[in-house]
Design a protein around this ligand. Sequence first.
Ligand SMILES: [Zn+2]
Length: 336
Amino acid sequence: MKVTLPDSSIMAKMHRVFFRFPVFVLIPLWLVASACGQSSTAEDDTELASLSIDGERLIQHVEILSSDEYRGRKAGTEGGQMAMAYVEAAYDELGIFPVCGDTFRQPFSFEGRNGTVDAVNLIAHIPGTAGEGAIVLTAHYDHLGVFNDDIYNGADDNASGVAGLLEVARAVQSAPLTHDLILAALDAEETGLLGARHLVGSDCFDDLDVRLNVNLDMISRNKAGELYASGTYHYPFLKPVLENVETRENLTLLFGHDEPGSTLMDWSNSSDHAPFHAAGIPFVYFGVEDHEGYHTPEDVFEDITPAFFQSAADFVHKALRSLDEAIPGFPPASSD
Ligand SMILES: [Zn+2]
């Protein structure tokens, strides 16, 4: 695997910029940074051509997004805006384009305890080779913020999913799917899946011809090496596709958490895949079992399990490619 040194990446440079300048001077700097990113060297192009997940960058995204400076990334806060700017800059660096309007930003607002909260989804796309239908890859970038001076860093929940989304996007950018890949870094999941609800209810969404949602929420922390693919109870035709995807030896793929009445908690409506499911769109949710850091200030970068995380992201990437090939064989959507 090609190793990218943290200091050589544009993300690390932008990270350093964060700590030297207040947010309002950062936007022009990002534009400069992204312009630099587009004039890449031959070496960079070779790197982009790699089909495997960049495990170093994957880890680095989580380290940055879950650092104390991001203050738990709560929707509508300065930390949330920093996370938004980070993802936006990463999209720019990848050289991918908006699909809902002229910018990546899909703003929405909701009523919080202290008044109206402004939130932003970030939507981009990588055109498919067949020009028909889309897969939406989702991961929420918000988390819980700060309570009683405790920062809820949200390393696993869900800096890990955002990192997975960005690095899967990099791999797909170098070798597109047949279907369009829509990248949706969503806001305000922790407030009730509000970003996902807004996306699925938006006019833009109606034009995308969405065939499948792949949702990432907590994919970096599991000592047993177990990753769940949840949703196949509702969409059983997805299961054989996923069962045939190769796993690395430190990863075990499990199914479940999607069946009413089972001993496992039903996750069918617990993350951003729920509005897709409600709209009759098949989904696969990738995530780990809840751990002791879940929704506590202990969900920190130091406690993720990096080798498992890299294998999980690698699996998501391979699964996405297999699902892309399998979509023409999916049964027609039910109308109820
Ligand atoms: Zn989450």
